[in-house]
Design a protein around this ligand. Structure first.
Ligand SMILES: [Zn+2]
Length: 330
């Protein structure tokens, strides 16, 4: 604006009819200290104060009023109310108020305020987010711990079952192998038994199966001497066979049809040298038709005769009872 334009604007300023931009330019000019414009403003203001009283009030057309109201912002309207155009004076402080209207917050303070609000919102939001996250993490951690505990429990239960199953399996395997071992042992024992029986039969040991079979085996063995024995008048159907195995120095007396021993009595075998010498005792039970008696007999070859007598239980040192079997004298 030229100075002339500024001078022309002063009366409009005095009645508050300038637009904001023009008003601010004029105010800046007045602040710069132009005495002419200052004097002109004072003059016009003194007149402007009186203007309302000299005017006759007329009702403006409604359309114009509406147009004016629409053109003005609510802030401007408020400003016009708080700042009437008929200011009595224009002190420097008020000029500053014109330049920096106090009812309008400065962009800087507005920015600060907005920033503060935003920061507060951010802080609140961040705090909520942190709290929410912390709560969720805590919940998740608790759930995870519970799941972990459950998993551990299930795992240990499974391990326990697995151990139990393994133990059962091992037990079954052990028992199976035990049975197999026992079976093997049994087979081996049977084989050993067969072998031992065969050996015994060959050597002239006691019979483990049918005495006849053992006796038959013994009879076929070399170095076995056989001495027949006959029943005396005490037992005519009785008979016997005394076998001597030279390798084992054992005598085998196989007796048949001897009567069962009465109570308190026993059969006693004698080898007769100069006189009868006891070789051993045996008993025949009721129902037995045969009996095999085996005894060591180192001095077989010097014996002249063999005798079986019936003696009291425990036997006697000398032949005293009735004779039942006797070898034929040579
Ligand atoms: Zn001027």
């Amino acid at each position: 604006m030229t100075h002339e334009e500024l001078e022309d604007a002063v009366p409009l300023y005095a009645v508050g009819a300038l637009e904001r931009t023009e008003r601010q330019v004029l105010e800046a000019h007045l602040l710069s200290g132009c005495l002419a414009c200052h004097a002109s403003l004072k003059e016009h203001q003194s007149v402007a104060v009186l203007l309302p009283f000299s005017l006759t009030l007329t009702q403006p057309p409604r359309a114009i009023k509406a147009k004016i109201m629409a053109a003005r912002t609510p802030a401007a309207a408020a400003e016009s109310v708080t700042q009437p155009p008929n200011k009595p004076s224009l002190e420097p402080g008020e000029w500053m108020n014109h330049l920096f209207p106090p009812d309008e917050p400065s962009p800087a303070s507005l920015f600060t305020w907005v920033t503060g609000v935003v920061l507060l919102a951010l802080l609140a939001g961040g705090g909520y987010f942190a709290w929410d996250s912390y709560t969720r993490i805590a919940e998740d951690t608790t759930k995870l711990a519970q799941l972990q505990t459950e998993l551990d429990r299930t795992r240990s239960a499974l391990a326990e079952r697995d151990r139990s199953l393994t133990a059962s399996r091992e037990d079954i395997q052990r028992r199976t192998s035990d049975v197999a071992a026992l079976k093997d042992q049994l087979i081996q024992r049977e084989a050993e038994l067969d072998d031992a029986q065969a050996q015994l039969a060959l050597r002239g040991g006691p019979p483990l199966r049918a005495p006849q079979d053992e006796l038959g085996l013994l009879l076929r063995t070399p170095d076995v001497k056989a001495i027949p024995m006959a029943g005396t008048t005490m037992a005519k159907p009785a008979a016997g066979m005394l076998l001597f195995d030279a390798r084992t120095k054992k005598a085998w007396l196989y007796a048949v049809n001897l009567p069962a021993c009465p109570d308190g009595a026993t059969y006693q075998v004698w080898a007769v040298y100069e006189k009868p010498v006891s070789v051993g005792l045996f008993c025949v039970n009721n129902g037995d038709t045969s009996h095999l008696f085996v005894t060591p007999l180192p001095n077989f070859k010097n014996a002249k005769q063999f005798i079986v007598s019936l003696e009291p239980v425990g036997g006697r040192s000398e032949l005293s009872g009735p004779v039942y079997l006797s070898s034929q004298l040579p």
